[in-house]
Write a protein that binds this ligand. Structure first.
Ligand code: AMP
Ligand code: MG
Length: 418
C-alpha cells in the first residue's frame, strides 16, 4: 500500500490557498509502487510507468502521400509540359522494384514505397496520359512534393511518451504504429469509498421520512472510475465512531486511499474526525475554497485518508480540486493543467476576498456568436440541480470581490474537471 508517514499532512496554520494545498499534496504523496504490463487494447487511461522509446522511425520507409506518378526531381519539367514514359507500377504494400531511370516516371499509389531514383510525386489529378501511354506532367512542381520521408513523423530512438503520462487513444495508436503490443503501466490505485450519516440511505432501500438517498458515493465512485482507480464500495457508515474506526482500520490494510464524504464538519456529529484520530492521524485543512470547506486529510496505517464535505456540490468541487491531484500523485500521474477558457460573464455576483470561489454556470451563445456564461440562479451547496443543469464552474480567484456583466471570467467546463 502507499505507506505514508503519520505526520505526512501535518501542517497547522491559517487558511491555505488551493494552489498551496495542491503543491503540498503533490509534494508529500509519492506514487504507489508496483507496475504491470498491459496490452494496447487495455492501455487507454493507464499511467505509463516507463518512457516509451521509438524502436523504428515513422513512417518506417519513404512513401508517396498521393496517388500519382513518381520521378526524379532532377527531371522535373521547368517551363512547359513534358511527357514521360511510364515504367512500372507500385501499389501500397508492394516492394518498390527496380530503380527508375532518368526521364522515366512510375505509377504510384498512396502509402507505396518510393522507388530508388524517385523523390517527387505528381498527383494523378494534375496530369494527363497521351496516346503512347506516356504521362504528361505540367511545370511548377517542387522537388520532393507529395512524398513522406522516412522518420518525418518520429525519428527512431525518440522518447515519444514519458513515464507519468496518462494514455489517450492517440497515444495507444502511436504505440501500435511503433509495433509495440503492450506498455508498462503503474498498477491502479486502490480506493475505498464510503458515505457517512444516519440520515443517508442507499437507493433501493426503504427510506424513512427524515432520510436522503445517498448520492455522493455514486458521484465519487464515478469520478474515481474516470481516473482509473480500483474502487471498493464500503457503503454507508452510521454516525458511530467505533463502527467507523473499525471500517477505517480494515480499509487501510488493503487500500492506498480512503475517501469519504460527510461527517467532517466541526458540528457535534463529526464522527469521521474522531474515528480517524483514533486509528491514525488527521489534519483539518482550512482550504480557502467555496463551496467546500472543510476538507480533512489524514493517514491511517500508511494509507491516505481524504474526508470530503457532505454537501454534494461541496463534495464535487473539493474532489475536483483537492482529491483529484492527490489521486493522480498516488497513481504516479502527471498533474495535467486544468484548462479554463476566458468567457464573458452575463451575471453579477459578489464574493469575499481571500478565498477562491467556484460558481456553477452555463454557457450560452450571445447574439454576436461569441459565448457568454450565466450563473445558476441559486447557490446552495446541497443543490444537485445546480451541477446537473450547468456546463461548468466559473473560477473567481482569491483577489476577486465579484463579477459584473461584461467582465471576462475563467470558465472550467466539467469535462476538464473530472
Ligand atoms: P455533513 O458534512 O455530514 O455535515 O453533511 C452535510 C450535508 O450533506 C447534510 O445535509 C447531509 O445530509 C448531506 N450529505 C451528507 N452525505 C451525503 C450523501 N452521501 N449524499 C447526499 N447528501 C449527503
Ligand atoms: Mg453527516
Amino acid at each position: 500500500m502507499a505507506q505514508l508517514s503519520d505526520d505526512c499532512f501535518a501542517f497547522g496554520g491559517p487558511l491555505r490557498s488551493i494552489d498551496e494545498t495542491v503543491a503540498l499534496i503533490t509534494s508529500r504523496l509519492t506514487a504507489v509502487e508496483g507496475t504491470e504490463t498491459v496490452s494496447l487494447g487495455s492501455a487507454d487511461g493507464r499511467i505509463l510507468a516507463a518512457d516509451v522509446i521509438a524502436p523504428l522511425p515513422l513512417p518506417p520507409f519513404t512513401n508517396s502521400a498521393v496517388d500519382g506518378y513518381a520521378l526524379s526531381g532532377a527531371d522535373l519539367p521547368e517551363t512547359g509540359e513534358q511527357a514521360y514514359p511510364i515504367v512500372g507500377r507500385i501499389e501500397a504494400g508492394m516492394s518498390p522494384g527496380l530503380p527508375i531511370p532518368e526521364g522515366r516516371a512510375v505509377r504510384i499509389f498512396t502509402g507505396a514505397p518510393m522507388a530508388e531514383g524517385t523523390d517527387t510525386v505528381f498527383m494523378q489529378e494534375d496530369v494527363r496520359l497521351d496516346d503512347a501511354d506516356r504521362v504528361i506532367l505540367p511545370p511548377g512542381l517542387k522537388r520532393g512534393a507529395n512524398v513522406r520521408p522516412a522518420g518525418e513523423d518520429i525519428a527512431a530512438g525518440k522518447t515519444v511518451l514519458k513515464a507519468g503520462h496518462r494514455m489517450r487513444p492517440q497515444d495507444v495508436a502511436l504505440a501500435a504504429a511503433l509495433g509495440l503490443t503492450e506498455v508498462t503501466v503503474r498498477r491502479r490505485i486502490r480506493v475505498a469509498v464510503f458515505s457517512t450519516g444516519n440520515e443517508i440511505v442507499a437507493p433501493g432501500r426503504p427510506r424513512s421520512p427524515a432520510q436522503l438517498f445517498d448520492s455522493n458515493r455514486f458521484m465519487l465512485i464515478a469520478m474515481l472510475g474516470r481516473l482509473g482507480c480500483q474502487i471498493t464500495d464500503l457503503g454507508i457508515l452510521r454516525d458511530d465512531p467505533d463502527a467507523i474506526s473499525d471500517s477505517l482500520r480494515t480499509a487501510a490494510m488493503a487500500h492506498d486511499l480512503i475517501l469519504t464524504s460527510g461527517g467532517v464538519s466541526t458540528g457535534e456529529a463529526d464522527y469521521v474526525r474522531k474515528s480517524v484520530e483514533s486509528v491514525g492521524s488527521l489534519v483539518f485543512w482550512r482550504v480557502a475554497i467555496k463551496p467546500g470547506r472543510p476538507v480533512a486529510m489524514g493517514v491511517i496505517r500508511g494509507a491516505a485518508f481524504i474526508g470530503l464535505p457532505g454537501n454534494p456540490v461541496a463534495s464535487f468541487v473539493t474532489f475536483a480540486h483537492i482529491a483529484r491531484p492527490a489521486i493522480l500523485a498516488l497513481a504516479g500521474a502527471d498533474l495535467p493543467p486544468q484548462l479554463s477558457a476566458p468567457v464573458r460573464a452575463a451575471f453579477s455576483y459578489r464574493k469575499k476576498k481571500g478565498r477562491r470561489e467556484y460558481v456553477r454556470a452555463s454557457l450560452r451563445k450571445a447574439e454576436d456568436g461569441s459565448y457568454e456564461v450565466v450563473k445558476f440562479p441559486r447557490e446552495g451547496a446541497g443543490l444537485l440541480s445546480s451541477l446537473v443543469e450547468t456546463d461548468g464552474l466559473v473560477e473567481l480567484g482569491e483577489e476577486s470581490i465579484g463579477v459584473e456583466p461584461g467582465q471576462t471570467v475563467n470558465f472550467l467546463g466539467y469535462s476538464s474537471l473530472i
